[in-house]
Ligand binder design. Sequence first.
Ligand SMILES: CC(C)(COP(=O)(O)OP(=O)(O)OC[C@H]1O[C@@H](n2cnc3c(N)ncnc32)[C@H](O)[C@@H]1OP(=O)(O)O)[C@@H](O)C(=O)NCCC(=O)NCCS
Length: 260
Amino acid sequence: MFDESVLIESPVSLARRERVKNSSGLLSSTSRIRATVWLLKISDSITRHPQYKSNELLYTESNPGANVSVKWRLNLTGVKFRRLTYWDLARVKWINEQCLPENYLWRTWFSLYRAYKDISWVAVDEKSDLAIAYCMNKLDEGWSFWDRSRWVKKGHVFSVATLPQWRRRGIATALLALSFESMFDKGCQEIFLEVRVSNTPAIRLYSSRFKMQVVMRVPRYYHDGEDAYVMAVRREDVEDDIRLLTRWLRDQGLVESAED
Ligand SMILES: CC(C)(COP(=O)(O)OP(=O)(O)OC[C@H]1O[C@@H](n2cnc3c(N)ncnc32)[C@H](O)[C@@H]1OP(=O)(O)O)[C@@H](O)C(=O)NCCC(=O)NCCS
């Protein structure tokens, strides 16, 4: 079903193994080259395989002979991603009102935009150029969730939503990956968010695709009395995966640059 040439060791596990060896935390040039080859093999097999359109990605992490575990399946046909612009704001507010009970005043959206537009992202329908999903983020700092004696910079996923008719295509996955990457680029060591304890789809998204763990439960966090889970992930546990995905999104031409 899937071209065997991609079933080689992924650069993520490669890098992880090498990091154990040379503890510098950086990809060696050999693993960088192998990562590139691996990505090329993926794109090549996708474009050649009739079952997949050119901007679908099946990311597998497995060894030859082992069962293929599909990590991300994305179908981003007709979708583009860009950093939040002023012109997207009203639409983001509207999407939020369609998708979530936590709604905010215009001035909250505007201040978020002013302070954090370079780390917040929208997905846009290519045909209409209108936002169909968003991920709004903030920068924060505090004691590490893993080491209470360490003060760290944190990225806070403030709100994320995809319009119902666009769901289960990997749009939130791509938006979160782009958001995590821009927060890492601002020096964040941990990323966290709050989620309703009943929000199974979102919890699954954060845990399965972004290795986020529940680090706390906050009683009656929401206005209707529901508890929140605080979920978080350390940069070193997820960064390799994130950069692989964002590089793929850019290689596919799905991410508009600021000049576009
Ligand atoms: C949660 C939400 C943002 C996901 O958006 P999306 O664009 O559909 O997400 P993706 O397509 O990237 O989903 C990736 C993975 O998340 C999990 N997931 C997403 N929706 C799911 C659902 N309804 N049921 C179970 N798992 C789900 C799955 O693991 C999915 O992978 P799969 O489709 O290969 O099984 C969207 O459902 C939404 O807008 N919900 C309402 C707003 C909300 O709850 N926001 C989060 C607040 S904390």
